[in-house]
Design a binder for this molecule. Structure first.
Ligand code: KIV
Ligand code: NA
Length: 277
């Protein structure tokens, strides 16, 4: 299967064929997305919580992101590989942001970067885009600002808030973003922004009217036992299956039914045991 391109994503938007994006943090997950034809693999900074056990995305470092990006890149032949620029890596000015975006490409082997924010990051998005690194924008709920926002809360529920999310989306498209994530906004606003923009929108808690959807792998597989956001649907229960596996393993080791000497082990060569003794 050939590599997904920005042009193809644009064609999917135009033909109203929903785009699929899923997070991946390691090689086997990337292989699964690749095998089953997911359009975009996102190395999200949700890595912090679901993979590294950190309490917030703000704590994951650029070097940690790069390590996981490379693993995902090795397993992603077909999906476009996008990764979050972590908190702090695009906050200290345009030059620093460009330097770090270049690191994501050169050391992380990703094909585009995702940045959270609105008007305040427009100059950064423009410059990174101009230098040839595709940018996916991210508006609505911005998890990197959960403290400033007083929690992970729905955004754009009142007219002024909705206007703010819409204006940000327009400005980021204008700055050159090739696509935009809409997180935790009312479904009417998700559809409206999608109709008004000319780039694909990828929703998470933004209703069915966006150009595509994204979920965190561990959320959709039920491998993660943090609080379930309203917008998460459990598409499989891998956690339950893992629990069954580990319990069965422990009891088989303890009652010595695992391993079986012959079927799960090796025999000496003919006569060799007597020679050994
Ligand atoms: O970090 C992440 O997983 C994300 C997606 C949920 C959009 O940013
Ligand atoms: Na993220």
């Amino acid at each position: 299967r050939k590599k997904m391109t920005i042009q193809q994503l644009q064609q999917l938007r135009e033909s109203r064929t929903p785009i699929t994006m899923v997070t991946a943090y390691d090689y086997p997950t990337a292989r699964a997305l690749d095998t089953h034809g997911v359009d975009i693999a996102l190395v999200g900074d949700s890595l912090a919580q679901v993979c590294l056990g950190l309490p917030s995305t703000t704590l994951v470092t650029l070097d940690e992101m790069l390590h996981h990006c490379r693993a995902v890149a090795r397993g992603s032949t077909h999906p476009l590989i996008i990764a979050d620029m972590p908190f702090g890596s695009y906050h200290a000015g345009v030059d620093d942001a460009v330097r770090n975006a270049v690191r994501m490409v050169k050391e992380g082997h990703v094909e585009g970067v995702k940045l959270e924010g609105g008007a305040e990051i427009v100059d950064i998005v423009r410059r990174i885009t101009q230098m040839g690194v595709p940018v996916m924008a991210h508006v609505g709920l911005l998890p990197q600002r959960h403290v400033a926002l007083s929690g992970y809360r729905v955004q754009g529920r009142d007219a002024a808030g909705a206007r703010d999310v819409y204006d940000s989306a327009k400005a980021l498209q204008e700055a050159g973003a090739f696509s935009i994530v809409l997180e935790a906004i009312p479904h009417q606003l998700g559809s409206f922004i999608t109709e008004e923009l000319s780039i694909p929108t990828i929703g998470i808690g933004a209703g069915p009217g966006t150009s595509g959807q994204v979920l965190v792998w561990d959320d959709l597989m039920t491998r993660w036992h943090g609080r379930k956001a309203k917008f998460v649907r459990r598409f499989a229960d891998v956690g339950q299956e893992e629990g069954r596996g580990i319990q069965n393993y422990i009891s088989a080791v303890r009652d010595r039914s695992f391993p079986k000497p012959k079927e799960e082990g090796y025999e000496m060569g003919p006569g060799e045991w007597d020679l050994f003794l």
